[in-house]
Design a protein around this ligand. Sequence first.
Ligand SMILES: O=C(O)c1ccc(O)c(O)c1
Ligand SMILES: [Mg+2]
Length: 619
Amino acid sequence: MKTSIATVSISGALDAKLQAIAAAGFAGAEIFENDLLSSHLSAKEIGAMMRDLGLACTMFQPFRDLEGLPEPQRARAFDRLERKFDVMADLGTDLVLVCSSCSPLADGDRERTIADLVEAGERAARRGMRLGYEALAWGRHVADHREAWSIVRDADHSAVGLVLDSFHSLARRIPASSIGDIRADKLFIVQVADAPMLEMDYLGWSRHFRCMPGQGEFPLDDWAEAIRRIGYDGYWSLEIFNDRFRAGSASQVAVDGYRSLRMLEGGIERPAAAAVELPPRISTTGVEFIEFAASHEEADELGAMLRPLGFRPTARHRNKDVTRWTQGALNLVINCEPEGLAHSFDVVHGASVCAIGLAVPDVPAALARADLLRIQRYEQAVAPDEWPIPSVRGVGGSLLYLVDAATRAAMWAHEFPHPLEPTGPALLTGFDHVAQTMQSEEFLSWLLFYLGLLDMRKTPQVEIADPMGLVLSQAVETPGREVRFTLNGSLAHQSLSSRFIQNYFGAGVQHIAFACPDIFAAADAAIALEVDRLEIPRNYYDDLEARWGLDPELVERMAARGILYDRDGEAEYFQFYTRAFARRVFFEVVERRDYAGYGAINAPIRLAAQARHKPPFLD
Ligand SMILES: O=C(O)c1ccc(O)c(O)c1
Ligand SMILES: [Mg+2]
């Protein structure tokens, strides 16, 4: 796939944008006119810079309101176009994007439109240039790529072609089958954007809500497949108007963009027919372990929270200050080493989750996928007798270890040979989900990370009311729901999530939810060992009884244990929470009875209960 991105997609000054675009691995970039107008560099200098960076200038854009004008506006538009050809020559591109007209002066007569495009094509051809006609979804007379294509086809001029932009076509829900009529040699460039499905005006939706392929809800796989099928082999160019991206880091947005095009190439939701030679997304069968970085003091505190939940320290590392805590098939690792990544993590963030081990069947394939997406591998020094576990950088600089079956067996037996206590009764049977909290600016980036690397699907985004602001929440899940992450992005500075980020000095794991087959048994055992649990107000239970018509006795049993409840049809969800450890990480225990969600309805109750416990220094 030939990759390109419009400079409008990225923050900063034009020269900095181009550097970020080149560093992320793109082959080309579209120069957005406003970026050039506001640059201190001339078009010639930008052109030279692009050549030095190895970037093709794929298009100059946009040229607005060309066709259907009365005189004298028409003559002026053509003069303006000639001037742009000079700029394009300096930039080193032969292609200009012409948007379908939005001018109230434009006449919608089809023959006039064709005649104007032919005239423009003649002028372009004289200068060795070409123009690509794009139907804006809010164009005054041409707002549909089918209409734009029929005009381009009938104009029948070698310098006049079509620009397809997924936003305009998919916002209008134009079927991908309509692309089959387009001739590949007439499709001059393809612009790509995803977006959430919203009910709003096209212009506002397009200018503020576009996102990278995979981050939104447009059916891009079918659309891209239809374009490949006609034999198109030109550039796929991201064009993402989004205020959040323009407020973010240029290099991160550029890398995300590159990653998203690679995802599109291989298929976002299902493998693309054309992508056989690309490393596919990784299947993962479970969370093998979660590792905490902690000082000894913090490790004691953490241990005191884990025991009531049924965990015991069962083994010690052969030569490191690292303890394995287990329960049934669940593994937690507490790392108190005075050096290495875990220690650095503890110094920066305080006691927290520094790594997650994912069970994957094929580690080399996983690393190949990570490389394709430019996800950073993490290589740490391994002593000669140590078992190396490959890893990549995840949320907040934490690691995602990739653990295959051979490593799993060797890792525990070889690295943790010194037994400590026997295991207790297994109350909890698995990791249900891991919740990670981040700034809202990073939210879409991490969504793309998980969806690109792992064979996971996203659930719809929900907004959760925190006592001090809104939090965006969205889950990613493996097809069999063996691994689930929930991502939470705070939209308000005072929300509990934001306080977490401030307190944590960055994004990270805010809670770990364990699965159990009997929540009452798990809660009773935890309470018997004096678990520090989150108290839920009585009002909640009065409402619960009224809302679901639950047996009052069941409601009393839940109230006595601080268990929250949700229901979806016949499916039921029970959950309880511990208080936060080191003011950062807390634990949840859930029992699912065919329930697929995360109890979002209870999140405001939980957040308010946590806010009541907030440590005084955070005020
Ligand atoms: O919003 C716009 O004006 C605009 C400009 C150029 C494009 O390619 C586009 O899709 C939209
Ligand atoms: Mg466009």
